[in-house]
Design a binder for this molecule. Structure first.
Ligand code: ACO
Length: 326
């Protein structure tokens, strides 16, 4: 028994922000952003929070799976931009879709979040603990961006993607996941600071109640991704004794077109096998893979029996790959 994706969905805020729009806010331009990243525009929330995007994506995935919402036993939301410290986003989704039989929690692994969440759901399903789960990647990254930092603000966007997974004879075949905590500083978004009115008063200091924004050493992240992603894809294929030529699509986290091109080159695979939509959505972190899967599913690109590899990579540092049969 394994875990099969039986439904997909996605949802975006309505507001479209082009590269030209951004050039009115920071010193940048369309040519720089397109040539360095491939991104043309992104969706930005004007108020809808992470759970609201997640709920809409989840409703679509459940409709596409054609199941009763009451069958869902587990909801995992992968996010780095939760509505609240608590309750978790998954519980807000449970309320929003009335999935009263599900246990709910969030998973924080940045841009690897969806992959890690899918693999976590797989572990429950493969072990027989649960039969159906809802796995969501949802982000309002615009909350976490310093809109004065042109090095990061041009990269990210908001959106949500969701999949329903169920126990089946075919589906996930193998997976690999990795973390390197020593490189945490190269891609970082700090939360609240330790310290409060009491401790500050004792020391006669001001309370620092500031929040952090996304900070990134871009070239270091680039080098990490183009080295580790091909290696982990090769590893999952080797583990499952699968020939790379048998893979129909490589569905990668949508960070940057140059990362995808470099990974394709290193694997000696035609770039046509790497679908992209980052042109329209930017980097939606944990949401990018399920959004792309949903787009491919809606376009009829995914046929029963197709072998696909999905790969996520990002802060932590964290990365991994999963091989599955559609
Ligand atoms: N517009 C115009 N100029 C810019 C911008 C911008 N938005 N951002 C930076 N610049 C300038 C810099 O100030 C610098 O100017 P200088 O030479 O006068 O100092 C110049 O452009 C080059 O800057 P670099 O940071 O060296 O640019 P680089 O070629 O490395 O491209 C980028 C930056 C696109 C972020 C690249 O490093 C990259 O692709 N990194 C991968 C990281 C990534 O994709 N992160 C996404 C999030 S992480 C994840 O999802 C895994």
């Amino acid at each position: 028994m394994t875990t099969r994706i039986i439904g997909t969905g996605s949802f975006f805020p309505q507001m479209i922000v082009s590269n030209d729009d951004l050039s009115k806010v920071v010193d940048t331009n369309d040519e720089w952003i397109r040539s360095r990243t491939g991104i043309k525009e992104r969706r930005i929330s004007e108020g809808q929070d992470t759970s609201e995007l997640a709920i809409e994506a989840a409703k679509e995935a459940i409709a596409s799976a054609n199941i009763d919402v009451k069958e869902i036993e587990l909801i995992i939301v992968a996010t780095s931009s939760a509505d609240n410290v608590f309750p978790n986003t998954a519980s807000l989704v449970q309320f929003g879709i009335e999935a009263e039989n599900a246990v709910c929690y969030d998973l924080s692994a940045a841009c690897s979040g969806f992959l890690f969440a899918l693999n976590t759901a797989h572990a429950f399903i493969k072990s027989g603990i649960y039969k159906k789960a809802l796995v969501i990647g949802s982000e309002v990254m615009s909350k976490t961006i310093d809109w004065k930092d042109r090095g990061t603000c041009v990269l990210f966007g908001d959106g949500a993607g969701a999949v329903v997974v169920a126990a089946d004879e075919i589906g996930i075949e193998d997976m690999v996941m990795y973390s390197d905590g020593t490189k945490g500083n190269v891609l970082l978004c700090e939360d609240r600071k330790v310290g409060n009115f009491l401790t500050a008063a004792v020391k006669n200091e001001e309370v620092d109640s500031s929040y952090g924004f996304v900070k990134m050493e871009g070239q270091e992240v680039f080098r990490f991704a183009v080295k580790q992603v091909p290696q982990c894809i090769s590893k999952v294929l080797e583990k499952s004794n699968t020939n790379i030529d048998d893979i129909k699509y490589f569905v990668l986290h949508q960070a940057n077109i140059r990362i995808l091109q470099s990974v394709a080159k290193r694997l000696n695979v035609d770039i046509e096998k790497f679908p992209t939509n980052l042109e329209l959505y930017g980097n939606t972190s944990a949401a990018s893979i399920p959004i792309l899967l949903d787009e491919m599913n809606k376009k009829g690109m995914l046929k029963s029996g197709d072998k696909i590899v999905i790969s996520g990579f990002g802060a932590g540092l964290s990365w991994g790959a999963t091989l599955l049969t559609w």
